[in-house]
Each structure stands twice: as structure tokens, then as C-alpha cells.
Design a protein around this ligand. Structure first.
Ligand code: AMP
Length: 210
């Protein structure tokens, strides 16, 4: 039997992924949210689930440690990885990648400092705009950086905009629309094609029906 390993992104994406998987008859045998395990058997003998940080999902899939992954487009853009296909947009965990500045801020005239965890995305975006900026890598709480003058603006994910607002910031430029995608290791797509194709077709059908 061909064994498939599927890497899921924990957190918000996981909450929206599990109902989709259930619709294609893939269910973990234990409660993923309460267990401390990282690998889960499922109702399919031939499929196990990994629960990872979003930024690690493309890495596992790129190197074939997982055959299939589900990850946010933001992490995929930042990862800039090779070695996987991105065949299905699940349309879940939708949000936007945007720049944000203190509310009402005039454009800063000096060299702008931008705080973000999306260093690669930001570098590319500002280069395309022809703007020279200094990028500051942060791992979380980007909204704090302009408040404490660590940065003039940030690049971050915006959903409702409430987090920005609560910190006196407002969204400015739209960089990309984000949703969660299915990615597949390129070699696995060939060697495990029939099983992977069935899973992709089933997921695509659920997405188009919803
Ligand atoms: P909001 O206040 O609704 O704009 O949400 C903002 C915060 O929630 C962001 O800073 C993100 O950390 C997180 N967030 C919102 N949507 C997503 C998503 N689809 N995937 C991952 N994180 C998200």
C-alpha cells in the first residue's frame, strides 16, 4: 500500500482544514487540538498527518519528508521554495498581506525602516516599487514596532484589521491575497500519482462545492 504523509499547519489554518479533510473521509484518530503528538494516524490506513508550524510545512514537502502539505500562501511566498507543486487553492484562512503605518501617517521622507516576519516578500515588494528600505526581521507582534519607533511601517497579515486598529495602525498598500494551498512534493506526484490524484480531486471537489 502506498503510504502518504500529509503536513498540516497548526493554528487558525488547522481549524479550517480539519472540516475539509473530514469531507474527504480523512479524520485523525485522536483529537489533534488536545494531544501533544506531532504525528497522527487517520481513518485511512495509508495516510498520516503531521502538525507543524506553517513556515516548516513547505520545507517538509520540498524535501519529501511529507508528500502533501497544507499551508498559507503567505508562508509559501516567503519560503520561495522549489520542489513542490501548488495544485489546489482551498480558499480557507483568507486574509491579505499588506503594509501598515501609524494612523494618518504622512509618507516618511528618510530611509524607511520596515518590520516584518516576511523578509523575502517585503524585499521583493519594495524593490518592485523602486523603494529602498531597511528591513527588520521580527517573529511576532509586528504591530508593536511602529508604536515604539523600531520601524516606520510593517508588512503583515490583515484579516478584519482589528489588530492594526487596536495598536493605532492602518493598512496602506495591498501586497497579496492570501489563502491556504495544497502543495505536493514533485517526486511524490510522480511516484504516488494515483493516490495523490484521488486526494487532490476530492479536495478540489469539496472546495468547488462550497
Ligand atoms: P485581524 O485583527 O483580524 O486583522 O487579524 C490580524 C492577525 O491575525 C494577524 O496579525 C495574523 O497574525 C492573524 N491572522 C489573521 N488571519 C490569518 C490567517 N488567515 N492566517 C494566519 N494568521 C492570520
Amino acid at each position: 500500500m502506498t503510504q502518504i504523509t500529509m503536513a498540516l499547519t497548526k493554528g487558525r489554518i488547522l481549524k479550517e482544514t480539519l472540516p475539509l479533510l473530514k469531507q474527504v473521509n480523512i479524520e485523525p484518530l485522536e483529537d489533534i487540538f488536545t494531544s501533544r503528538k506531532l504525528v497522527f494516524s487517520t481513518t485511512r490506513d495509508d495516510l498520516r498527518l503531521l502538525v507543524l508550524r506553517g513556515s516548516d510545512v513547505p520545507t517538509y514537502v520540498q524535501f519529501g519528508a511529507a508528500d502533501i502539505g497544507i499551508a498559507g500562501k503567505d508562508g509559501l511566498l516567503e519560503h520561495q521554495g522549489d520542489g513542490y507543486y501548488e495544485p489546489v487553492d482551498l480558499g480557507i484562512a483568507r486574509c491579505k498581506l499588506m503594509t501598515a503605518v501609524p494612523k494618518g501617517a504622512e509618507p516618511y521622507r528618510g530611509r524607511v525602516r520596515v518590520a516584518t516576519k516576511y523578509i523575502n516578500v517585503a524585499r521583493k515588494y519594495y524593490a518592485q516599487q523602486g523603494r529602498q528600505v531597511d528591513l527588520i526581521k521580527l517573529y511576532g507582534a509586528m504591530e508593536l514596532a511602529p508604536v515604539l519607533d523600531l520601524a516606520h511601517e510593517i508588512v503583515d497579515i490583515v484579516d478584519t484589521g482589528n489588530t492594526l486598529k487596536a495598536n493605532g495602525l492602518e493598512p496602506r498598500e495591498h501586497i497579496a491575497d492570501i489563502s491556504s494551498r495544497v502543495i505536493v512534493n514533485k517526486a511524490a506526484m510522480k511516484t504516488k500519482y494515483p493516490v495523490i490524484k484521488d486526494i487532490l480531486d476530492a479536495l478540489a471537489e469539496v472546495v468547488s462545492a462550497s
